[in-house]
Design a protein around this ligand. Sequence first.
Ligand SMILES: [Zn+2]
Length: 210
Amino acid sequence: MSLHRERGPMVVDDVRRLPHAPLVVAEGTCFSAALVEDASRAAWLLPTATLQRERLESRGQANRLYLLLHEVIEREARTSAVPIVFVDSSDTVEDTVRTVEELFAPALAAGPRADTKAERRALLREANLAIVEQLRGYFARPWAVGQADTTVRTFVCECGDPSCVAKVRPRSPRARPRRRSPPGNITRRRAARDGRSGTCSKDRARGGSR
Ligand SMILES: [Zn+2]
């Protein structure tokens, strides 16, 4: 977060280089509200002061720096007039998702969106390949311990069903996505058939404690 003034503009440059369709959602702590050109297409999630204090204390990280960063982020958001969504301990993830969806509803309705299954599968493949590239980039660093080729990561299911939020964890690093799409898509169904594991957060939510 403390590097957001340097890193944010670099990320914006990367986003500008992406195709104009479909819509792109850019998120992360490297973005400053000052970078936002259209406040109607932005949302800033901030914990309330109480929730921030509770979480920092539970992690043993209650120090002045984090409190100051919260003040800086909130001030920048107010100055830039971007919508702020305050998250409290009484809010569920679903509550926050609903609020953000309502804020973005006009932009999502205007599109352009990835409507076909093939378009969605191509985007999911791109996201999984980005994970692979991040892994390779990390292990290419001289101080990194381990190897990209022996690391097993979780990938998003590439079935293209808009309601699917399944995660697929290949048992073998060789099963990670390759630069071919489709028919090489990794999906929860294919993972189960091949003896790999696939977990679905929708199933967990239904059977969980909430
Ligand atoms: Zn799926």
